[in-house]
Design a protein around this ligand. Sequence first.
Ligand SMILES: [Zn+2]
Length: 310
Amino acid sequence: MPSADATLPDLALSRSAIDRRGDLRADPRLLARLLADPDTRVLRLVGDRVEVSDAGGGPAVVLGPPVPADAARLALYLGESGGHAVVGVVADDRADAVTDDPAWRTLRSVGADLDDLGAQAFATTLALANWHRTHGHCPRCGAATEPALAGWIRRCPADATDHYPRTDMAVIMTVVDADDRILLARGKGFRGNGMSVLAGFVEPGETLAAAVAREVAEEVGVEVTDVTYLADQPWPFPSSLMLGFTARALGTALHLQAEEIEAARWFSRDELAAALADGSVVVSGRISISRRIIEHWYGGPLDSPEIPLR
Ligand SMILES: [Zn+2]
């Protein structure tokens, strides 16, 4: 099914094909039963990779039946799709076997080309697995916690507290001036000629619009108004939700934050097209909301090569 958002439909990681069936998670025998059922579709995550097959023409996540070893692995009930239960299994014990196998791909490299079910199952399993891997102890008492609710929380056996997976909100925004030019910046650590729109994490006690205005002011010294929501998508690297906005600049003078921003400039549509054509500017790939909100301003797809990622 398409994205519910009409402004930027079909963002790579916003697609939905799974009925999450949260009502089934409380059954403590659910995962054991599903991992004994050959009709269950298992997505097996090893590190940050899953097995991808090109047998059907385009890349597709391998969603196969459970194997006996899955019973001892961290398992996550993702929901139902097409009459099958879908379970994410974290199989890091297989890391040595997949390190050099090109069939095992990262979400960044393949996510934009997967079908809706594959993209959603991969993104959800990766986000949950990233949280489980780094939140193994109770923040109140330090005891080792255990997965519960079919992988959707961790529970402390010492003080019976429940701990929920975190999602870190980040705003990402096009900033457009009075001449309808867009602001692109190169952050420290960007590779090659990469440039992007500005982005940053939302802070406690802050609204989304305030976060947009603060980040733009901090990074390039520009005051903005008319902050308008465009679209959002999960970004499980490791645990973000990217919230896309556009905002109107009240001035064009740039004062770059030296520790974070290496370069920034305004582009007309013709200037950006020329810079992409001669390679002096490269923008991120189709999986990113960054590219999609730039294209929203541009008025159509950008003719820019994809940086190859494994
Ligand atoms: Zn505790």
